[in-house]
Design a protein around this ligand. Sequence first.
Ligand SMILES: Cc1ncc(COP(=O)(O)O)c(C=O)c1O
Ligand SMILES: [Zn+2]
Length: 392
Amino acid sequence: MPRIAYLECSRCHAHHDPATPQTVCTTCAGSLYVRYDLSAARGAAHRDLIGCTAEDKRWSGMWRYRQVLPDVEPVTLGEGWTPMLPSRRYAHVWLKEEGANPTGTFKARGLALAVTMARHHGLKKLAAPTAGNAGGALAAYAAAAGIEAHIFMPWDTPKANQVECRAYGAHVTLVDGLISDCGRMVAERKAAEGWFDISTLKEPFRVEGKKTMGYELVEQLGWTYPDAVFYPTGGGVGMIGMWKAFEEMEQLGWVTGKRPKMIAIQAAGCAPVVRAFETGEAASEIWQDAHTLASGLRVPKPYGDYIILEIVRASGGTAVAVSDEAIFASLRGWATQEGLLLSPEGAAATAAYDYLIGTGFLSASDRVVLFNTGSGNKYTDVIGARIEQFQV
Ligand SMILES: Cc1ncc(COP(=O)(O)O)c(C=O)c1O
Ligand SMILES: [Zn+2]
């Protein structure tokens, strides 16, 4: 495992000391990236040993990539190395099944690493606003690490998220508002309460954990890039993490070729990134009256919007808004015809695939990875409320 060399600002590139807990850039408030000297892992020979050595057998899930993760003792519940399922209907489409993670979503990857680092630094109290699933993951990893978790979520967050947080022993506050209102409450209270703010993109390790999705999808495709990656985008952590992974893998000589088009999918009722993409802006503007049943996508202004937009543009990708109706139609299609109960967020990605095939942006022969970021089983109340229309 490499030592962290420094933390680098994504905006002004200032360096920050990795020896103490950091939040955002002290100069410009940009999000920070974790940087290492990865020279010890350079070359295909290192890559091809992943998961094969006797030492490797001790490391499960995303920790198979320990050559590119911080040199600390993990707090792990078995996150990562999720299935890459070939679609039964589309010949060149794979579904990355993140519902197989602990707590049922990809949020486990980011929170596993963020809580690992929090324990490493001796932090005792963590706080975060959440659209729901990050709260559940934070609660679980904090419990495993013996750390207090203070979680703020909108009152209408799916029931499973509220229940899991309480079951793991977290302090839960239901807020009459959106994730942005929850974030404000954490910001106002954290100094007095002694909380470390573990909000999306306001500490460097959630991105670092989620970058393992980029390593995995490339390894699972035989160390090749797909043509496109569909990512349901709220705060954008996974997209930012995967792009970082691609950059690292190229430096390491683990992959070559053209990077995938990165497709950011949002809900029609909350699409600040799509609007900024379409109008050519470098950052988004706050989306008023955000509403969608894909609760993880209900982020009126992502903190890392400028990074998401840069990536989508640099990759030759696009940003797509999908209606709740299209989300549920796709969710039903994948359930009845593929045997997979997607999260509404994942179904936004699958719906966007049909849409972009229809527009001709992609062709049916393009190799595509769609992210199902969470299990539909966490949304039985949301899906149940619409199930009547599914009856045949
Ligand atoms: C299931 C699910 N998918 C996607 C997202 C959006 O994730 P990100 O913040 O990485 O864009 C969330 C966020 O809450 C989520 O819970
Ligand atoms: Zn900066």
